[in-house]
Design a protein around this ligand. Structure first.
Ligand SMILES: Cc1cc2nc3c(=O)[nH]c(=O)nc-3n(C[C@H](O)[C@H](O)[C@H](O)COP(=O)(O)OP(=O)(O)OC[C@H]3O[C@@H](n4cnc5c(N)ncnc54)[C@H](O)[C@@H]3O)c2cc1C
Length: 299
């Protein structure tokens, strides 16, 4: 297994932002991953780093990045994948086997990240197909097998956010479908995204804020004028106001300050307090911490 010391996390984040971590580990299978989880105290576990803002000040703990864990099996309509398998790879495995349910997974997450967030798009959710998950309980040091109900999925939520569980692998029950129908849906989704989301050529971390109930964060932000906002090299994307792109050398503080401007303009105009979808990882500066404490309603 590869391990690096004093390692810059921005090499891995889709935002191209993030300072150094003491040690970064890249386990290659579930056994190696479990050994690390048993020995490292309070590790930060990351997948494809596509939904995180990592502090430019760095991270004061050991980090485990799972994307070298690429094993999966396919039996009839059941796909079982280790947590590091990337979402577009899952979509491809399913598409080639004429299985429906992953046509939406054309964004840069990993199995661990998509299950943690119950990722969704185009009216498909991870929770539609995820029937079982093996997790490592950091509290007891035991591996548990959870069923769909125990995963407690809801919008952008799973039990992985409630307990000290780390996803090892997940099992998905897919729908058997016509290959042409799966192909058509994937193509439609890819085309839809072309104008609606920035590609990774403009570093970003997907939607910045969660959608409030019965509304869209992008719609509210656009109506409130957020498309004109920027802070240093962090800019609200010109085609969709719920994305921030890094024009080159944005810091985590630039992004945090910009998010706070976006949060405040919607709050002032619509009395709606948006909740960040992006997660902050690492050691923030004092004012950065205050911004995140306010947006996350932490005391
Ligand atoms: C261009 C772009 C488009 C996007 N489009 C969408 C979209 O349409 N729909 C959508 O839902 N999201 C979208 N996203 C956001 C993102 O890809 C998803 O949230 C994805 O699920 C994150 O996966 P990740 O592996 O990158 O997670 P990371 O960013 O690495 O981590 C996110 C969180 O998951 C936790 N985590 C990761 N692995 C594990 C594990 N094994 N066990 C426990 N916890 C773990 C981390 O600790 C962290 O808290 C998009 C992002 C980008 C950049």
């Amino acid at each position: 297994m590869k391990v690096f010391e004093d390692y810059e996390l921005k090499k891995h984040t889709t935002f191209k932002i993030g300072g150094k971590a003491r040690k970064v580990w890249f386990p290659e299978n579930v056994e190696e991953f479990c050994e690390l989880l048993k020995t490292i105290k309070s590790p930060i576990v990351l997948g494809n780093c596509s939904n995180v803002l990592v502090s430019s000040q760095g991270v004061d703990s050991d980090v485990i990045i799972t994307t070298s864990m690429k094993n999966f099996t396919l039996e009839k309509n059941i796909i079982t994948a280790e947590c590091g398998v990337k979402a577009p790879m899952l979509a491809k495995i399913a598409q080639e086997a004429s299985l429906s349910g992953f046509e939406f997974m054309i964004f840069p997450g990993s199995v661990g990240g998509v299950v943690y967030m119950n990722a969704s798009a185009h009216n498909q959710f991870v929770s539609d197909t995820c029937v079982e998950a093996d997790v490592f309980d950091l509290e007891s040091g035991k591996v548990l097998t959870l069923n769909a109900q125990q995963m407690n999925f809801s919008y952008r939520h799973s039990v992985l956010q409630e307990k000290k569980y780390v996803l090892l692998k997940a099992k998905f029950a897919m729908k058997i479908a016509e290959k042409s129908a799966v192909d058509a849906l994937v193509e439609r989704n890819i085309n839809f995204r072309k104008n609606k989301q920035p590609s990774l050529a403009q570093p970003n971390a997907g939607s910045v804020f969660k959608n409030p109930e019965n509304d869209s964060a992008g719609r509210l932000l656009e109506k409130a004028g957020a498309k004109a906002f920027s802070q240093g090299d962090a800019c609200v994307w010109h085609d969709h106001a719920n994305f921030i792109v890094n024009k080159g050398s944005a810091s985590s503080k630039d992004v945090s300050n910009l998010m706070y401007k976006m949060y405040n303009v919607v709050k002032e105009k619509y009395r709606i307090e948006l909740t960040p979808e992006i997660e902050y990882i690492g050691t923030p500066e004092k004012d950065e911490k205050e911004i995140w404490d306010t947006m996350l309603k932490r005391k």
